[in-house]
Design a protein around this ligand. Structure first.
Ligand code: TRP
Length: 330
């Protein structure tokens, strides 16, 4: 077990999971679970850096856990837990915050974007968000951090903080690397295939929990082009290319196989075929996630066990850190 490289990733329970999150991330995590020692954390403390409706936050945290399990993340192979259940995250974040420069945090592009978007609520928490994220990663001595492109800058900052701490005291933290798996498919919006699939455009976005009729409607209305040929061409045919990627990821077929299958057929055949492939892909996930949401005792046993394992690992790191910075042992 300890020979394996360690992976840590955090997911905010701030929105419903989409087909993009499944094909771009979760599907890969399932593929990694035998080769790596993985921790996946539902980062509820990060979520409150912008306003949340408390009841929704609580429900979504559990829904996400159910959906991860339903997607095939095995709680015996991965540590699945909720950030606020492991107090060491907040404790380490304080210490790391004292090794982080105001200027470094001011340069984070996500902070700049989010403070524009939430101009009436620019909190200290939003500003120090990357420090909490660094604590998440460093507590577990993670080697690899699977993240999207938008989070690379935060992982770089985490490395800088770790490097500085190691230099100022003595080697304490593993330097993590961003890990952007090759197999991940970047799924685009169905109604605007030049931008990423996102919950902010719900008609162009398929949610994991969408009903079959909603999935079919969204695919039938997907934006295509006027050539009427099912052909992979990112430049000139972004809509069809996106649908082909989705179809291939859902069915396991290659692009060549899919192109041959729809040769000479119009989009009126192709689009519903993609919709059906996605309906069949998501059906067992939706059914299992719904069943799990009805079994709160089981969910509780999963996140309690996960938090217990996480606290054990986290405390080992935190104890070292407290000693190095000169705190009296408790
Ligand atoms: N900031 C990440 C996001 O918004 C979520 C996150 C929090 C995270 N802590 C993390 C990701 C640690 C990777 C590792 O997507």
């Amino acid at each position: 077990m300890s020979e394996k490289k360690r992976i840590f990733s955090g997911i905010q329970p701030s929105g419903d999971l989409t087909l993009g999150s499944y094909m771009g991330a979760i599907k890969n995590w399932v593929a990694l679970q035998d080769e790596y020692e993985c921790l996946y954390c539902i980062v509820d403390m990060h979520a409150i850096t912008v306003r949340q409706v408390p009841a929704d936050l609580r429900r979504r945290s559990l829904e996400q856990l159910s959906q991860y399990l339903a997607c095939g993340l095995d709680p015996k192979k991965n540590i699945l837990f909720i950030q606020s259940h492991v107090p060491q995250h907040a404790e380490l974040a304080w210490v790391l915050g004292c090794s982080t420069q105001f200027g470094e945090l001011s340069r984070m592009t996500q902070f700049k974007d989010k403070s524009k978007k939430h101009a009436d609520n620019i909190t200290a928490g939003l500003f120090t968000y990357p420090v909490l994220m660094a604590a998440d990663i460093l507590l577990y001595q993670a080697d690899l951090v699977p993240v999207g492109q938008d989070q690379k800058q935060h992982v770089e900052l985490c490395r800088d903080i770790a490097n500085r701490f190691n230099g100022q005291y003595s080697p304490t933290f593993t330097l993590p690397e961003p890990f952007i798996p090759k197999m991940g498919t970047r799924i685009m919006c169905l109604s605007d295939p030049t931008s990423k699939m996102s919950k902010s455009a719900p008609e162009g976005c398929v949610f994991l929990m969408d009903k079959p009729e909603d999935i079919m409607r969204k695919f039938k209305r997907a934006v295509t082009d006027c050539e009427a040929a099912v052909r992979f061409d990112k430049e000139n045919k972004p809509g069809i290319t996106n649908l082909l990627s989705i179809y291939c990821t859902a069915t396991g077929k290659t692009v060549e196989e899919a192109e041959a299958e729809f040769e000479g057929q119009g989009y009126g055949i192709f689009k519903p075929a993609v919709g059906e492939a996605v309906v069949e892909l998501l059906r067992p996930i939706r059914e299992e996630a719904t069943r799990l949401m009805g079994d709160k005792a089981y969910l509780e046993s999963i996140y309690s066990e996960g938090a217990e394992k996480a606290r054990y690992l986290a405390e080992k790191t935190l104890r070292k850190v407290y000693k190095k910075v000169g705190f009296v042992a408790r």
